[in-house]
Ligand binder design. Sequence first.
Ligand SMILES: [Mg+2]
Length: 222
Amino acid sequence: MNKRIVLFDIDHTIFNTSAYAANIGKILSSFVEGDAREFEVGARVTWTQIHKQFGYFSPGVYISLLFDEFSFTRSEEELQKAIVDEKMLASCLYPEVKEAFITFSKHHEIEIGVFSSGDLEFQRQKVKAISRFLHPSHMHIFVKKTEELDSIFRQYDRANIYVVDDLLKVLHQVKIHDKSIQTVWMKRGKWLQTQEKPEGFMADFEVESVKEVVGIVAGEEN
Ligand SMILES: [Mg+2]
């Protein structure tokens, strides 16, 4: 049987980024001195500012900016560690992900990897708990992934690739790049309702969990 490769987006596809934001909000407000409400508002502004400025979230920059603005009962280093804590990050993976990846690993004709935008180190930390399932040659993390389509997909026989993402505009660009790539829309996460819907575009598959992706790629019953 032909080898198949499944590339997963991270944020809102396999990683619950909203849960992560809530977690670090709680962690940091427990260490802030002064008014917690005021901190919450300030932290949200800083979060948005970083996304605007870099296009993605950087834990190091975030803590450093918050440190300029607020006083904490912990050092900058301790706070940085706390917001990339391995166990906490693992708890933000959607609950079915690990089991679904175990199922994938039993199919030797299928390899899985990542196709993600963002800070390389931080994105790697998010998937550390499931990294043993991810094939090292299929780890594609870039500041802006849709600018790298050519360099990424050039190395593959594209007829056997599945790209899974919560954003239709990403899947649309992948499809424009090469229509033999199978697009899978993960219908969940923060942008489910508010995202831009490219006119006339429909993903090849629509799913609500990684378990369903196993069903599609491996032909297994859900
Ligand atoms: Mg995403």
